[in-house]
Design a binder for this molecule. Structure first.
Ligand code: ACO
Length: 193
C-alpha cells in the first residue's frame, strides 16, 4: 500500500505501535500536524482494504475509531530497497481488551476481559510471505501474552489456518458469541479475567 507521501517519515521503525493518541513512540520527521494527517490517511486506507478483504459492510478500523477506543494498532512497513523511495505499508494488526462472557469447558459463563484480536490484514500481494507472522510475533511480545490466551473476533478461514500453522491452535472451546477461544485459554493465565 503506497501513499503520496513518505511513510518512512512518519513510521521510523519497521513496526509502529499506535494507541488512541495516534502518536508513534519515535517522533516523525515532519511537523506533528502533518504527521497526524498522514497517519489518519494510512489508518483509514488500510482499514478500508481490510474490510474489503473480509467482505465486511464497513471498515472496523479507522482513525476515528482508534481515537475513541483503547485499542493498540501495529503497523508493518516495507523496509526493502524496492520501496526505499516513499515506502509502503504491508499490513496491520489491531488488538484491544474487551469485557466478554466466555464459556468454559463445562459450559459455564465466565466474565472475562481478555486481549482480543480485532482486525488483521496483510496486503493481498504480500500474503503468505511471513509478514503476518512477523507482525503477530511482535504484538505477542509487546503485549506480553501467549497466543492461547487471546480471544479472536470472527476469525476468517485464512486467519484460522494461520493460527493452526504458526501456533498450533486447533481445538476451540465453543462459544455463543462471535469470539473464538482455543484450548489453553483458561490455563496458566497471569491474571484471569
Ligand atoms: N489461504 C489460506 N491460508 C492462508 C492464506 C490463504 N490465501 N494466506 C495466509 N494463510 C495462512 C496459511 O496458514 C499460511 O500458511 P501456508 O502458506 O503454509 O498455507 C499462513 O497463513 C502464512 O503465514 P504468513 O505468511 O505469516 O501470513 P500472512 O502474511 O498471509 O498473514 C493474514 C495472514 C493476516 C490472515 C492474511 O492472510 C490476510 O490479510 N488475509 C485477509 C484478511 C483476513 O482474513 N484477516 C483476518 C480477519 S479476522 C480478524 O482479524 C479477527
Amino acid at each position: 500500500m503506497e501513499f503520496d507521501f513518505d511513510v518512512h517519515k512518519i513510521f521510523l521503525e519497521p513496526i509502529t505501535k499506535l494507541d488512541c493518541t495516534l502518536n508513534p513512540s519515535r517522533r516523525p520527521l515532519i511537523s506533528s500536524g502533518e504527521a497526524q494527517k498522514q497517519i489518519v490517511t494510512v489508518i483509514d486506507e488500510i482499514g478500508k482494504l481490510s474490510a474489503k478483504a473480509q467482505r465486511l459492510p464497513a471498515p472496523i478500523t479507522s482513525a476515528s475509531r482508534m481515537q475513541s477506543n483503547k485499542h493498540h494498532l501495529y503497523i508493518l512497513k516495507d523496509c526493502t530497497p524496492k520501496t526505499a523511495g516513499r515506502g509502503a505499508v504491508i499490513g496491520f494488526l489491531k488488538v484491544g481488551y474487551k469485557k466478554l462472557f466466555v464459556l468454559d469447558h463445562s459450559g459455564s459463563h465466565i466474565e472475562a476481559e481478555p486481549l482480543c484480536i480485532l482486525d488483521f490484514y496483510i496486503h493481498e500481494s504480500l500474503q503468505r510471505n511471513g509478514f503476518g507472522k512477523e507482525l503477530f510475533t511482535f504484538m505477542l511480545r509487546a503485549e506480553q501474552i501467549e497466543p492461547q490466551h487471546l480471544a479472536i473476533d470472527r476469525p476468517s478461514d485464512k486467519f484460522l489456518s494461520f493460527l493452526r500453522k504458526h501456533y498450533n491452535l486447533r481445538s476451540t472451546i465453543p462459544q455463543v458469541n462471535n469470539f473464538v477461544v482455543f484450548e489453553g485459554f483458561f490455563r496458566d493465565r497471569r491474571a484471569l479475567l
